[in-house]
Write a protein that binds this ligand. Sequence first.
Ligand code: FES
Length: 145
Amino acid sequence: MSERQDPSRRGVIRGSAAVGGGIATAALLAACGGPDGEGAGGSAAEADAAVSGSIPLTEVPVGGGAIVAATETVVTQPAAGEFFAFSSICTHQGCPVSQVTAEHIICPCHSSHYDTRTGEPVSGPANQALAPRTVTVTETEVEYS
Ligand code: FES
C-alpha cells in the first residue's frame, strides 16, 4: 500500500520559499530542541533505512528542491529532469536542512552546505554526506526510498 499523503499535510518546503518561512522555523526549532540535538547524524542514518515516499514533480522546482519534513527527505532538481534525494537531517548535529539552491542544500544551524547532486558537504562544519535516497522518477512523481 502506498504511503502517499496529501502534500499540504506533509510539510513540504520548496526552494527558497523556506527562507524566513514560519514552517521552516517551526521545523527547525522542533528538531534542534529534541533529545538527539547533539551528534544525531549516526542515529539519523540508521533510521533512514525505512524511509520512503513520493512528491509530485511539480513541487520540486528546477534549480532548487523540496524538503519533505514528514519523511526527513530533501529532493533536489539542480537541472531540468535531474533529480536526487537525501536525508534532510544535517550530519553535523542533526538539524533539518532548510533551503535548497541549484548548487547547495543548506543547514541553517551552523551553515553547512551540501552538494545538491551528491549530498557531500562543501562548506561548514559538517564532514559527512547527507544519507542518499534511491530515486525513481515517474511521469508525475519523484519516488524515493
Ligand atoms: S547542525 Fe547543521 S550545520 Fe550544524
